[in-house]
Design a protein around this ligand. Structure first.
Ligand code: URA
Length: 184
């Protein structure tokens, strides 16, 4: 993983390399069974070099804590490793080049379950026409890996009515982790 991180830090495959402060590679347990994948770094992430450390990340932490998923039980990364200016949506061509780094991360971490945070990650990793409102919390299977999507925590900040669904989905994810713990 450190080799891929070094490649990201030297990457100039898209224009975002010109405006980034730091590459935001990922953080957490590199041997975790659970991997969260967001969209792209925001300002706080760009400044710190760590994913999900801003307002959305703090809200995600609250859900993780509420359902009892510990900081050592997951790895977290984004589709894009560099911040899009003014947090605009990632462009398709930016996603297409950057996702190769993420695929390498997934290959090395080998999670049993991937949780997409929001629509952009779900459309990339589950299916192109993924509908987050209708399909959040639904568990799909890709090879040996389970994959699902939940609302992006930033969407919960904009629309608190989604919070109840988010809690249900996070409980479901925790239950999967517990199943594997029992089987170990
Ligand atoms: N939103 C994301 O999708 N990723 C981050 O790292 C921070 C906010």
């Amino acid at each position: 993983l450190s080799e891929i991180k070094a490649l990201c830090e030297a990457c100039e495959k898209c224009e975002l390399c010109k405006t980034r402060t730091n590459v935001v590679f990922g953080r957490g347990n590199e041997k975790a069974k659970l991997m969260f994948i967001g969209e792209a770094p925001g300002e706080k992430e760009d400044l710190s070099g760590k994913p999900f450390v801003g307002a959305a990340g703090k809200l995600l932490d609250k859900y993780l804590e509420a359902v009892g998923i510990g900081a050592d039980e997951y790895y977290i990364a984004n589709i894009l490793k560099c911040r899009p200016p003014k947090n605009r949506d990632p462009l398709p061509e930016e996603q297409d080049v950057c996702i190769e780094y993420l695929r390498e991360q997934v290959r090395l971490i080998k999670p049993k379950m991937i949780v997409c945070l929001g629509r952009i990650a779900a459309m990339q990793l589950i299916k192109e026409d993924f509908k987050i409102t209708a399909e959040h919390g639904k568990i799909f299977k890709k090879g040996d890996t389970l994959i699902c999507a939940v609302y992006h925590p930033a969407a919960l900040l904009r629309d608190p009515r989604k919070k109840e669904d988010m809690m249900e989905d996070m409980k479901k994810i925790k239950a999967k982790l517990d199943e594997w713990k029992d089987a170990d």
